[in-house]
Design a binder for this molecule. Sequence first.
Ligand code: ATP
Ligand code: MG
Length: 323
Amino acid sequence: MSRSLGAAFMGRARERIELDALLADARNGAGSVLVIRGEAGVGKTALMQYCARQAFGFQVREISGVESEMELPFAALHQLCAPMLDCLDVLPAPQQQAIQVAFGLAEGSPPDPFIVGLATLGLLSETAAEQPLACLVDDAQWLDSVSKQVLGFVGRRLNAESVLLLFAVRADARDDDPGFAALPGLTVGGLTDEDARELLTASVPGRLEQHVRDRLIAETRGNPLALVELAGEMSPEELAGGFAGRPSLTGMLYDRYLHRIEGLHEAARLFLVLAAADPTADPALVWRAAHALGLGRAEAEAAEAEQLLVIDSLVRFRHPLVR
Ligand SMILES: Nc1ncnc2c1ncn2[C@@H]1O[C@H](COP(=O)(O)OP(=O)(O)OP(=O)(O)O)[C@@H](O)[C@H]1O
Ligand SMILES: [Mg+2]
């Protein structure tokens, strides 16, 4: 059974139009690329999920940068391309060799990122020859640097391939992305006041007084994560008091996630650790490892009930902070 996190997707008319147009281009054989930027919780992943839902007739590859893998060269590229390796033999021999060395399938000195870039372009283009391909790269601020360099190169070279390459980058991250320079970008801000009001109505049980609601919207600047997570758990007195003098948004979220995790029994926490250790977010792999540790559905459901993660076609954490 697939469950979704949070309320229905709201607003974002401008962004939807842009993503729909990119999908249409890719469907018609005009490769397209976009870097979505914005602060934590503003809705970049939600936009990517929208894109995945709209990608009728596409093969969809979804990957995420993983902070703990930033120092591992080619780790993200491996996540993206491992399922495409049956096309490898159509590439020129030096490109095959470069990919094999990059992915640890052959011995050799570290490959030239330029050759790996050409090889990646070849793999994507060959894969998309059968059916259009959407590659959704979330949390791209955490890609290892050579994968970022290679994927940026691929983005600049996409041309007559039925490929959409979409990146989401947290804009307040340490390293903004020289690798993605010169790629078209879309900066996402908060929801409009009207959409924010609708989101609050849908996600906060009970009626919020109008002045409290308006203050929340103003103080969160329409950031949907802040609206949903904080308004949902703050007491009426806290809500009435607003956010003045509070720690940072990330700090407040961190405390709340920690609190929910600490409320779980030990086996469910172990399940979370296990899921966090799998960067590929592959449910089959996580279930196999869970069974080996004597964990199962009950533990996953406990974590799902606390809205810490969801397991559908992928293992999805509510927020990278949970991981
Ligand atoms: N347009 C929207 N309508 C309703 N809910 C939304 C919308 N955009 C985001 N949300 C909700 O807000 C929360 C945060 O959104 P999301 O995870 O997409 O943020 P993000 O920009 O990817 O943050 P991060 O940088 O931390 O990855 C999620 O629970 C999501 O469902
Ligand atoms: Mg995200």
